[in-house]
Design a protein around this ligand. Structure first.
Ligand SMILES: [Fe+2]
Ligand SMILES: [Fe+2]
Length: 320
């Protein structure tokens, strides 16, 4: 058995007026019902995955690193496959987090249309758990969750304001997922995975819409202390994944180190090449950054980037 628990608090809210009160959310609920798909039958699982077509989904598709170029072709393919499995494992854990957070949203959001819609997202995220788990097994095994991702999901699960859950999940985490899917689609030529991403992104786009529609309306109605707390929560959520050291919790270092070692690559060489590439601001700018490119503009749209917080985003290079 492999599990852990955290304590969360949600204030469940009953509504006794069942008619539509937020029409765009009711419309989104209708779309969600129509766009349901079946992870077991709508993905061409009968097709084989050619390892050479998977690609390194963690890369931006630019010039490969020297330590990669030094490997024979078949080891390059294996490395790409295992790095992709590591990335997708974190998507898988993220999907489980999303499923649990949406379960909370059904309880905590104050509007019937908000509850109805959130209930459809629970099954969407269940489907995503199912597809990612199934696909990863074609590549490698499921890797442990990155501490930064776990910190982000736990912060949302434990947030006390429902608006924090909505912003943390629907706006920040969902936008990051959308951005990462776009990059993966540029990299991979595996038809099975392309279908997984096509169907999953269709759902995630709806999830972002929910956050935007709901929060655009809600944030201006909040009192100042709560709005300030929400702005600060958004900032913290945006930085948790990027600033928490991504080392394994058991003190065994970078989870990718064992993959490098298996393939005869010295992890220290990888680290020093990474440090030198990422110390070049032009290289960093050219890398896709879903926080900067996707989440930040959405936070701006709902009015969460303000005079209080903007400078912090600028300093962190998160302004698109
Ligand atoms: Fe999802
Ligand atoms: Fe989602």
């Amino acid at each position: 058995m492999n599990f852990e628990t955290i304590d969360t608090t949600v204030k469940a809210l009953w509504r006794f007026d069942y008619d539509t009160n937020i029409k765009p959310l009711r419309d989104l609920y209708e779309v969600a019902k129509k766009e349901q798909w079946n992870a077991a039958t709508d993905i061409p699982w009968e097709m084989k995955t050619d390892p050479a077509e998977v690609g390194d989904m963690t890369s931006s598709g630019g010039e490969p690193f020297d330590f990669v170029k030094a490997l024979p072709k078949e080891k390059q393919i294996e490395l790409a496959q295992r790095k992709s499995a590591h990335l997708l494992s974190n998507f898988l854990h993220g999907e489980q987090g999303a499923m649990m957070i949406c379960g909370q949203l059904v309880e905590v959001v104050p509007d019937m249309d908000g509850k109805l819609y959130a209930s459809t997202q629970v099954i969407d995220e269940a489907r995503h758990v199912e597809v990612f788990n199934r696909y990863i097994k074609r590549l490698d095994h499921v890797y442990p969750i990155l501490p930064g991702l776990k910190a982000l999901l736990n912060a949302v699960l434990q947030a006390d304001l429902w608006q924090m859950k909505c912003v943390g999940m629907q706006i920040i985490a969902e936008s990051i997922a959308m951005g990462s899917f776009k990059t993966m689609m540029k990299i991979t030529n595996d038809e099975v995975f392309r279908r997984v991403v096509e169907l999953t992104s269709q759902d995630e786009a709806r999830h972002v819409s929910y956050g935007l529609i709901y929060m655009k309306d809600e944030i201006p109605k909040m009192n100042e202390p709560d709005r300030n707390r929400l702005e600060d929560f958004a900032w913290t959520a945006m930085t948790l994944l990027a600033t928490t050291p991504q080392l394994r919790e058991d003190g065994q270092g970078d989870p990718m180190d064992e993959v490098y070692k298996d393939l005869g690559i010295d992890p220290k060489k990888v680290e020093s090449e990474m440090i030198s590439r990422f110390s070049d601001p032009e290289f960093v700018k050219a890398q896709p950054n879903p926080f900067r490119d996707y989440a930040y503009p959405q936070l701006q749209r709902v009015g969460l980037i303000t005079d209080r917080t903007q400078a912090k985003y600028e300093q962190a290079g998160l302004v698109s």
